[in-house]
Design a protein around this ligand. Structure first.
Ligand code: UD1
Length: 356
């Protein structure tokens, strides 16, 4: 494939796109970058472009926030328009956000083959918008890159042709491993007055945890009772109710952090409490035990390996205690290394794809 386009929209897309765009650029493959504008705040978008050395997007669609239909529809219209005037041999869609599913649908309907990075993850919970986005994107894709063996098995179980599936590893892992040492050397915990290895990092942004004020405050109340100081970078979605937490609390709230600060803190934390998919993976790589406040996870490998535990808000304290005492000697999933983008670029160079 000589000409590609890669669509990004939200923070985790940027982390995955960076190494692949660099690798393709280094090989002389033309890959346009289209930003839907799903995330537009500096902290959720521009800061990531700067730190990950991402090229300026060739197009910015300005989709912004809205209901699922409004956001997805705006991205669909903008992407179709761009693709009709810029013919490409394939479109790379990453992860599971609304921009991902919009990109896949826009492309496949006008016969542009879709390449899905992070294919095959399944939580089994169709009430999560990301699960819908995963299923839709996988089933219109011509080339699928599952990050784990269980993700590959899910695709096969759902009837996707084996020759379309190319396990190449996890781009999130490559970016983490390439930046971890620099991020840690900056010692971001000292800026927040936290002892290395002696604090808990909390992130929370899933609608089921933050959209309902009572649920979010009940999580906060349990977080306040954890046995170590807590740092909690607050996603804009959770800003409202958390604004009431005053100084003097053991919980330090900060605005969303740039990538290097976040992974620097994560790698020096005693434990991570989250509902983010990417953070579950990063904690696994950093050998920091993770507690995921969700009913289910699509990152099942991290749970099976002993790096991650699911918890309800009610069981948060007990599960964090178990995590703090657990061994950190788990195995990291196969192919979660620094060569993921190189393997993907090899596949893209050697495989002919057509719309399935
Ligand atoms: C989105 C993804 C989620 C991903 C997360 C990473 C979907 C369905 N969800 O969730 O999978 O884990 O990004 O952060 O695609 N907002 C701002 N500034 C911004 C963007 C959003 O203030 O730049 C606020 C707005 O109030 C907006 C809300 O956050 O309505 C939700 O934004 P949205 O893009 O719909 O989803 P996220 O919760 O960010």
């Amino acid at each position: 494939m000589d000409t590609l386009a890669c669509v990004v929209g939200a923070r985790p897309n940027l982390v995955k796109a960076a190494p692949l765009l660099h690798e393709l650029g280094g090989r002389g493959v033309r890959c346009s970058l289209i930003h839907t504008g799903q995330h537009y705040d500096h902290e959720l978008s521009r800061a990531f472009f700067d730190e990950l050395d991402l090229p300026e997007p060739d197009a910015f669609l300005g989709v912004g926030s809205g209901t699922h239909a409004v956001q997805t529809a705006a991205a669909l219209v903008g992407l179709e328009e761009w693709l009709l005037s810029h013919p490409v041999d394939g479109l790379i869609a990453l992860g599971d956000v609304n921009s991902t599913a919009a990109a896949a649908l826009a492309a496949v309907k006008i016969h542009v083959p879709v390449i899905h990075v992070e294919a095959g993850y399944r939580s089994g919970d169709m009430r999560m918008p990301e699960e819908v986005n995963r299923v839709v994107t996988d089933h219109v894709s011509s080339l699928l890159f599952p990050p784990t063996e269980d993700a590959r098995d899910n695709l096969l179980r759902e009837g996707i042709q084996e020759d379309a599936i190319h396990p190449a590893g996890n781009l999130m892992a490559e970016t983490f491993l390439r930046h971890r040492d620099v991020a840690r050397a900056r010692e971001p915990w000292t800026r927040h007055g936290l002892p290395e290895g002696g604090f808990i990092l909390v992130t929370m942004h899933r609608p089921e945890n933050v959209d309902e004020r009572a649920r979010l405050l009940s999580i906060l109340e349990r977080v306040q009772r954890l046995p170590l100081p807590v740092i909690w970078p607050v996603h804009p979605r959770a800003r409202g109710p958390l604004a009431d937490v005053g100084p003097g609390s053991s919980v330090m709230l900060t605005p969303p952090l740039p990538y290097l600060d976040l992974i620097g803190l994560l790698s020096a934390a005693a434990c991570v409490v989250t509902d983010s998919g990417g953070v579950q993976e990063e904690a696994c790589l950093a050998r920091v035990p993770c507690v995921t406040v969700r009913r289910s996870t699509e990152r099942v490998a991290t749970v099976r390996l002993g790096a991650n535990r699911l918890a309800t808000p009610e069981r948060l304290g007990k599960t964090v205690s178990e995590a703090l005492e657990s061994s950190r000697a788990w195995a990291v999933p196969e192919l979660w290394d620094r060569d993921v983008s190189a393997r993907m670029a090899d596949v893209l160079a050697s495989v002919a794809v057509a719309v399935a």
